[in-house]
Design a protein around this ligand. Structure first.
Ligand code: BTN
Length: 245
């Protein structure tokens, strides 16, 4: 994968870069990463059927699309690798984002960005679509349209950022990290992922795993990237998906 330059497909306006990628997988070359981007999304999608507000020319709306071997292990870590790549990239811009497990990007508890990964099987391979939305130059008025506390690089730092430059930095960081993850697994990323989290040990939390609400405190992130909570009844429970409330 690393020997191939990232191929770019860009739209001025599209429903969703993830949806387009799913529907047009035949246009995606095998053996490398294709980066599908848009200046505006009309039906941007977040996790769990949330809408992703995607006004024109203000933010990053991007999907990294690639084919993986069916035997590739631990695909569930790839969204975490993408979120961590974004945190590392943003640091170079003086922006200190944190990860809300599993892969939300926050600054001071406000949502800066998020990752939506989708996969399906095609022949003997898995098509992986790793979508990321990052609020870059969104102003307060637009941010207020989002149904939860949200922020942007502009709102946090008082100055905007060059979307293309940021995207190109993020792509470079993600492709190196992805290549390493595919060879070495999550181990090389574990420490920096842990250090990027917004929750620290013993923080009181509420967590929904889409079946049930759990109350307790944050215990740790396991070496495989899963979440361990200490519940109110004194027991510990590990989760591989869900969201903090
Ligand atoms: C979330 O935090 O809920 C995930 C948000 C993911 C948004 C990005 S924007 C590019 C790609 N296309 C989409 O429709 N969604 C993802």
């Amino acid at each position: 994968m690393k020997d191939n330059p990232i191929k770019r497909i860009h739209f001025q306006k599209i429903d969703s870069t993830n949806t387009w990628s799913k529907q047009n997988v035949d246009k995606i070359e095998k053996g490398g990463i294709t980066l599908v981007t848009a200046a505006e999304q009309t039906t941007g999608r977040g996790r769990y059927n949330h809408q992703w507000i995607s006004p024109p020319n203000q933010n990053i709306y991007a999907s990294f699309v690639f084919f993986l071997n069916l035997k590739q292990q631990n695909l569930g870590n790839i969204p975490q690798i993408l979120a961590l790549s974004a945190v590392n990239t943003l640091q170079k811009y003086g922006v200190h984002a944190e990860i809300k497990w599993p892969n939300d990007l926050l600054i001071n508890g406000k949502k800066l960005g998020g990752v939506l990964c989708e996969t399906f099987q095609k022949g003997q391979e898995v098509v992986f679509i790793a979508g990321i939305g990052l609020n870059v130059n969104m102003e307060e008025g637009e941010l207020k349209k989002i149904d939860r506390p949200a922020t942007s690089i502009l709102a946090e730092t008082g100055k905007g950022a060059d979307i293309e430059l940021l995207l190109s930095d993020l792509s470079a960081v993600f492709s190196v990290n992805l290549e390493r993850f595919l060879k070495e697994g999550f181990d090389p990323f574990y420490e920096s992922f842990k250090n990027s989290l917004c929750y620290k040990e013993c923080d009181a939390v509420q967590f929904h795993n889409h079946q049930k609400l759990f109350k307790g405190s944050f215990e740790k992130i396991n070496p495989d990237g899963s979440l361990k909570l200490l519940l109110e009844d004194g027991s510990s429970k590990t989760f591989s998906s869900g969201e903090f409330i």
